[in-house]
Design a protein around this ligand. Structure first.
Ligand SMILES: [Zn+2]
Length: 468
């Protein structure tokens, strides 16, 4: 067997997932993600280590940008193979890539002007990494209709199957089977491992056998607390209603927004909160919610039952989808309490900024954070208790109530990752721990080594290993 695996991202860091598998006659990539940590962003500009033209296929686990965000660059630089993923992943990835391209174009223009004003140069060029046209040029390569559990033939002697990862809609774990000279090897990529017992998505798939396993470790050093999300949400909405303000929720467009809608809908149906208007004020979140609504075959059982009873969380009487800017502005004129979900999730851009302008100085309003806030973002400043913040060039006193709900996570914790690994009936020849900060990946790899007595390693960026 002449199988070579190269770790081109998410190796001793979290983002930029990209693995190159070379069989000698076929080269495939699993994921082609964007680096998002500030210290690694310059890697997005580095040339690919091998000519993109020489790559035969790309297998995509899911639509988060740290897994698919460099795809337009790969295509622009010559990749012509097929992109294999589930339909839901393809639909969401297209939305995400277009948005990423637009943001990069805006960012590049902003930086160009600032650098010109300040008479200096930044660490990478003031041009977008890729444009909307580049993103669109990658769309025809998406190969239709990969179905869970059904093997796809990639080339002679190379086959892949996709399995529900339970992480975001359409997300997959990918098992690759390589056959050479009468021998066979299976390589299992965990993708991002979701969680068990979640309301919208199914449980992560389990596997009984694989020769080599690549596992993510985002939360490999901690355990999620069992939070009563619905209860906390009800309390926040009810107290804000009493105080006469609005509930403003900065939220990521993919998964978190739909989860919030799910919980709000449940609370409305069971009369645990008053029948307030719920605004989803984000064209991207609306588009993604439509993808959710059009894939009932992917739902967890509980959600399918709700849909059968006409209780869809993606379409209920008080839910208003806000597409136009005028409609978004009109929300400010509503008297009494409304619930406003808007992007971006860390308040770094998008319509949330306008809702913060209207609400952050109102003592009756609540700003409810439901996702991770990276350092040095507006969201993080607010969560950290800033008394005054600058939004759209003006200063505002923070008088609204600031709340952070921590129970949400789309990633398995340490014990859930162990549950996933423990389904393997035999030790793999080797386990590679990726997609985690170095301390976390190392701590998880020590933990697995200790508990399972397996051969485990934490590969470095660009490290190449022979899978014999
Ligand atoms: Zn992900």
């Amino acid at each position: 067997m002449q199988l070579k695996l190269t770790f081109l991202g998410a190796a001793q860091n979290v983002t930029g997932s990209c693995y190159l598998l070379d069989t000698g006659s076929t080269r495939i990539l699993v994921d082609c993600g964007m680096f998002q940590e500030r210290e690694f962003k310059s890697r997005n500009w580095e040339p690919f280590t091998i000519p993109p033209r020489s790559i035969d296929a790309l297998l995509l686990t899911h639509a988060h940008l740290d897994h698919c965000g460099l795809l337009p660059k790969l295509v622009r630089e010559g990749f012509q193979g097929s992109i294999y993923c589930t339909n839901a992943t393809a639909e969401i990835a297209k939305i995400m890539l277009l948005d990423a391209a637009r943001l990069q174009q805006e960012d590049a223009e902003f930086k160009r002007r600032r650098h010109q004003r300040e008479g200096r140069r930044g660490p990478y060029p003031e041009i977008p990494l890729y444009t909307v046209e580049d993103a669109e040029a990658s769309f025809p390569l998406f190969s239709p209709s990969v179905k869970y559990e059904e093997p796809v033939r990639i080339s002679d002697g190379l086959e892949a199957s996709f399995h529900d990862a339970g992480h975001v809609l359409g997300s997959s774990m990918i098992k690759i089977t390589a056959r050479q000279d009468g021998e066979e090897r299976t390589i299992l990529f965990s993708g991002d491992v979701g969680r068990w017992g979640m309301p919208i998505l199914r449980n992560p798939s389990l596997f009984s056998k694989a020769d080599y396993v690549i596992v993510e470790s985002t939360y490999g050093d901690r355990l999620h607390e069992d939070a009563d999300i619905a209860g906390s949400l009800a309390e926040i909405v009810n107290s804000t209603c009493k105080a006469g303000g609005n509930v403003v929720i900065p939220s990521f467009a993919l998964e978190r927004s739909q989860e919030i809608l799910y919980h709000l809908n449940q609370l409305l149906i069971s009369d645990r909160i008053p029948h307030l208007l719920v605004f989803l004020d984000s064209p991207m979140a609306i588009n993604i919610t439509e993808v959710f609504a059009s894939h009932p075959e992917l739902y967890a059982q509980g959600l399918s039952r709700l849909i059968a009873r006409n209780e869809s969380p993606f379409d209920f009487p008080s839910l208003k989808m806000v597409n136009t800017v005028d409609d978004s502005k009109a929300i400010n004129r509503i008297r009494g309490t409304a619930i406003i979900i808007a992007g971006s999730g860390m308040c770094t851009g998008g319509r949330i900024k306008h809702h913060l302008v209207t609400n952050i100085s109102r003592p009756g309003s609540t700003i409810l954070f439901v996702g991770y806030q990276a350092s040095d973002t507006l969201g993080r400043h607010i969560v950290d208790g800033a008394r005054e913040v600058r939004i759209l060039g003006q200063s505002y006193r923070v008088r609204a109530k600031i709340v952070q709900l921590t129970g949400f996570s789309a990633h398995a914790d340490r014990d859930e990752l162990m549950k996933w690994l423990s389904a393997l009936e035999e030790a793999p020849k080797r386990l590679f721990v990726t997609h985690g900060e170095p301390e976390v990946a190392n701590s998880f790899s020590d933990y697995v080594r200790d508990k399972m007595r397996w051969k485990v390693s934490v590969p470095a960026y660009r490290e190449q290993v022979l899978l014999d």
